[in-house]
Design a protein around this ligand. Structure first.
Ligand code: ADP
Ligand code: MG
Length: 696
């Protein structure tokens, strides 16, 4: 039996492998290029490629691929074998520096939002040496960025790397102001907690809705849901335990720090949390984690559902994006620290995040928006659609004291003066204290809870990095020129608190009073759905933000807006078409079969016993009425789909939200009622009860 440390990272071409396998000079060149963000020359790339190939071939790999993250939300790969013809009819295994650093996939079928016309099919992948190469299923995978012929980003990694550069530059300016001369870089770190459902594969295979859309489009409530609260942190079933064990091992081999696993609130729902790492790597790792969860589940006869809302009536799944900023020397800049000087720096970073979240509420909301996540946000379980921040009582009191030049009472009553007083360490809050907050401070990091379980965490972190970079730049501009540093710092922090404290809310985010207060008094945005929030993406202030920090050009941003709209429309359309298909080809015929059975029996009872009313006649009447409602509702839905011809994508998305989606809900209501009156041997799909409690 392998120990974890034997296993860990065995499929990764990581730093220690490179140190061991690369000539000293090459390794030094590589590290230098990495630390200074410089280009590698082709000779060095050739040596690295060759070492990578030898290492991969020894581990049974036959192919390599540039592994990238196009705008589909999943990863893409195209395998090429290492083989090259030898002179004597044999083959040799080859992999060149050129093949390592650049690829040219025919990319015409990836979403580009009009950035790349299909006649200009060429896309380029470029090696991202900051994320290690790894072996997956016998293929050497090279993490790459993906862009068009004109250099526009067509993926999620390129802008993420750009946003990390932006925050690195501005945060370094700030730490220098506080006397730190040793830090060479500042990076953001992320630990994403991933929620998912596991259901029996044989039941999944019987449901077209799960197959085509990842969620159930019909399904009457089972007698039991999550009301007993007996699943959360409950004992893990042996079959799930076996899955988790294998999953952990697969992830560890890939160098992914899978750490915590537990049952979640809904039946069949679970969570996995890794130990945090650099944002770029955390994002790659989260994509891999989702892929491997699905593969491993199949080997255990189960299907892993990553959809945000696979089942109505029980909780959906999210992804908690734990985010912080630290120096390359290991200082967490969101750690309150032990001394006044550290505190002042902490407070400055803290108010930068507060200002960023307030000014870019819309972008954060957008970074968590997709058709699937619309079922969660604001739906009384996940955070509401209004973005606000939880700081906890203690920190809020400190900010109040600074704002009012008042005394802060911790151990003794002291007037808070920046750079003079030590503020206490904050206890890590427990989740039940602030479960409803979309953006919570948790001791030394922030937890952004809006992201959906199926989504890439790239967008959320691109937004956070860039928005905070912008605030830090403003602060640095002011402080670098200040004659009286401490006085200016104090005033800056105080002013920022006053102007942006409206985003801070420590109460219960689910209740209606908060929504009223948030929208009416504080004028916070309440963007309920994807079509509601997407137009904000291309507002002038947001275009300026991304342009100024070189994260997206205006063209790139508009392309993303188009892609997100299109994705929304397509998702709802596929769901609606699936419903129509299920109703017309399975559900109505099943009801018809059963009503005939009822009619036949009723006729016999009438003939034999002259029974006028019976179970059969009563159910027959009820089901016949439902049958005509279903028929009517399915026709209405079908017609609304043909009516949806509109050139303006925004209008089309709104139409799908306001009409098609509403018709889907009406259809579902009558079908679910019919399910409760139809025997299980006739109903064409496994029930919620079987799906949610099927893994035993
Ligand atoms: P909590 O109990 O407050 O949720 P945990 O320590 O369990 O805190 O952390 C939850 C997640 O946050 C984990 O994935 C963890 O790795 C991550 N995390 C902890 N510290 C940081 C940090 N400095 N930056 C980013 N993520 C972090
Ligand atoms: Mg947590």
């Amino acid at each position: 039996m392998n120990t974890v440390s034997d296993l860990f990272g065995t499929s990764v071409f990581n730093d220690s492998v490179m140190k061991e396998r690369l000539p000293k000079e090459t390794y030094k060149e590589f590290r230098k290029a990495l630390d200074e963000g410089k280009r590698l020359d082709i000779d060095t790339a050739n040596v690295i490629a060759n070492a990578m190939k030898d290492w991969a071939v020894e581990r049974g790999a036959t192919h390599f691929t540039h592994w990238f993250q196009p705008m589909t939300g999943v990863t893409a790969e195209k395998h090429d074998s290492f083989i090259s013809p030898g002179s004597d009819g044999s083959v040799i295994m080859e992999f060149s520096g050129k093949e390592l650093v650049r690829g040219e996939p025919d990319a015409s079928s990836f979403p580009s939002g009009g950035l790349r016309a299909t006649f200009e099919a060429r896309g380029y992948t470029a090696w991202d040496p900051t994320s290690y190469a790894f072996i997956k299923d016998g293929v050497l995978c090279i993490p790459t960025a993906f862009c068009s012929y004109g250099g526009e980003a067509l993926d999620k990694k390129t802008p993420l790397l750009r946003s990390m550069e932006a925050i690195n530059k501005e945060a370094l300016r700030i730490v220098r102001l506080f006397g730190n001369t040793s830090a060479k870089s500042v990076k953001t770190t992320v630990g994403p907690e991933q929620e998912y459902f596991l259901i029996p594969k044989e039941l999944f295979d019987e449901r077209k809705d799960l197959i085509f859309t990842g969620r159930t489009l019909f399904g009457a409530r089972p007698p039991k849901g999550q009301e007993m609260e007996d699943h959360y942190f409950g004992a893990i079933k042996p079959r799930v335990q076996a899955f988790m064990k294998e999953l952990n091992e697969e992830l560890w081999k890939l160098g992914i720090l899978a750490k915590t696993e537990h049952n979640e609130v809904a039946p069949a729902q679970h969570e996995l949390a890794p130990i945090f790492t650099t944002t770029n790597i955390a994002t790659d790792h989260n994509q891999l984690t989702m892929e491997i969860m699905q593969k491993v589940a199949k080997r255990h006869g189960m299907v892993c559902l990553l959809h945000e809302k696979p089942f109505a009536g029980v909780n959906g799944s999210g992804k908690h994006n734990n985010w912080s900023i630290s120096t390359d020397t290991g200082i967490n800049l969101l750690e309150p620290g032990e001394t006044p000087y550290d505190n002042a720096q902490f407070l400055l970073f803290l108010v930068a995040v507060i200002k960023a979240v307030d000014e870019y509420q819309d972008l954060l909301r957008i970074s968590a928006s997709c058709a699937g996540n619309d079922h969660r946000l604001g739906a009384n379980e996940a955070p509401p659609a209004v973005v606000s921040m939880f700081l906890g009582e203690e920190l809020t009191e400190i900010l109040d004291a600074i704002e009012n030049d008042a005394a802060y009472c911790h151990k003794e009553k002291v007037q808070m003066k920046i750079g003079v007083h030590v503020i206490p360490k904050f206890p890590k809050d427990t989740t039940d204290r602030n479960r409803t907050s979309p953006f919570a401070f948790t001791g030394n990091k922030f937890e952004f809870r809006m992201v959906g379980s199926s989504m890439s965490i790239a967008e959320a972190n691109i937004t956070l990095n860039t928005a905070v970079a912008k605030e830090l730049k403003e602060f640095a501009d002011e402080l670098e020129n200040a004659a009286d540093f401490t006085g200016t710092l104090h005033d800056l922090i105080k002013k920022t608190i006053i102007e942006h404290k409206k985003i801070i809310f420590n109460g219960n985010g689910y209740n209606d009073e908060w929504l009223k207060e948030a929208v009416e008094n504080r004028k916070l945005l309440n963007l309920k759905s994807t079509p509601d929030c997407l137009p904000y993406l291309i507002k002038d202030k947001n275009v300026a933000l991304f342009r100024d920090f070189k994260v997206f050009t205006e063209t790139e941003l508009k392309a993303r807006y188009e892609i997100m709209l299109e994705n929304y429309v397509k998702t709802i359309r596929i769901e609606a078409l699936t419903m129509v298909d299920m109703v017309n080809r399975d559900i109505l015929p099943a009801i018809s079969t059963f009503t005939r059975r009822l009619a036949d029996t009723a006729a016999i009872k009438k003939a034999v016993a002259n029974a006028e009313s019976s179970y059969e006649t009563s159910r027959l009447a009820e089901l016949s009425a439902l049958e005509s409602s279903i028929l009517n509702a399915v026709d209405v839905l079908d017609e609304s789909l043909t009516a949806a011809e509109e050139n303006d994508m925004q209008k089309q998305a709104e139409y799908y939200h306001d009409s098609v989606f509403v018709n889907m809900q009406s259809l579902r209501a009558v079908v679910d009622r019919a399910e409760t009156l139809t025997p299980s041997d006739v109903w064409p799909f496994p029930s919620y009860g079987e799906l949610l409690f099927g893994v035993r």
